[in-house]
Design a protein around this ligand. Structure first.
Ligand SMILES: [Zn+2]
Ligand SMILES: [Zn+2]
Length: 192
């Protein structure tokens, strides 16, 4: 069902979520080396999306978007950064654009409210202009990359098929020599 247009005077909810692949993984990008990997989508990711959107909106309730900062680690280069810094360039662009439009929609709704109550507020000096709804969405997430178990944290991540080096745990930073194990596995398959 389509939500009613903004300015119609009623509240509506819109769900903004990052696409997940068939195994439930969300794409992530290291802010340092810009390599891509994937982590399992969790409720936390919804909060990160909300915070990113709210950062574009002037009057958003910042307290609702704040929570304790948790440091994560790049599986490839080991770079450490807080939770909200692992969006891909595409995800950041999409969320920032959506947040910008949300800000315009909120402003329009405020003006439209004044316009609707003209009888008590004659002689307005403005004309509310309905903002364009954003048609763009993020592309569906393909089921790519290789699943790696992280025994340290009882978690799993997905890393690039071509990566053969050590892999760090995204959650605790522990280094795993999974690359060497995979290489041995591949060689033994080729040789057998
Ligand atoms: Zn990195
Ligand atoms: Zn770990």
């Amino acid at each position: 069902m389509q939500p009613p247009l903004f300015g119609a005077g009623g509240p509506w909810a819109e769900s903004v979520a990052l696409p997940r692949d068939v195994l439930g993984y969300v794409r992530r990008e290291c802010p340092e080396c810009h390599r891509l990997f994937k982590v399992k989508g969790t409720p936390l990711e919804g909060m990160l999306v909300f915070a990113r959107l709210a950062s574009q909106v002037t009057h958003a309730n910042r307290e609702e978007a704040d929570w304790p900062e948790v440091v994560r680690f790049c599986p490839y280069c080991g770079f450490a950064a807080t939770d909200e810094r692992w969006f891909t360039a595409e995800q950041r662009a999409f969320l920032d654009k959506r947040g910008e439009v949300l800000e315009q929609e909120l402003r329009f709704e405020q003006l439209a409210h004044v316009e609707r109550t003209l009888s008590v507020n004659p002689g307005p000096t403005f004309l509310p202009v309905r903002p364009e709804r954003l048609a763009a969405t993020l592309a569906a997430e393909p089921n790519d990359m290789r699943v790696l178990p992280l025994f340290c944290c009882h978690e799993e991540i997905k890393v690039s098929e071509g990566w053969l080096g050590a892999v760090r745990c995204f959650f605790c930073g522990t280094e795993h020599e999974l690359g060497a194990a995979l290489l041995r596995d591949r060689l033994s398959r080729i040789l057998s």
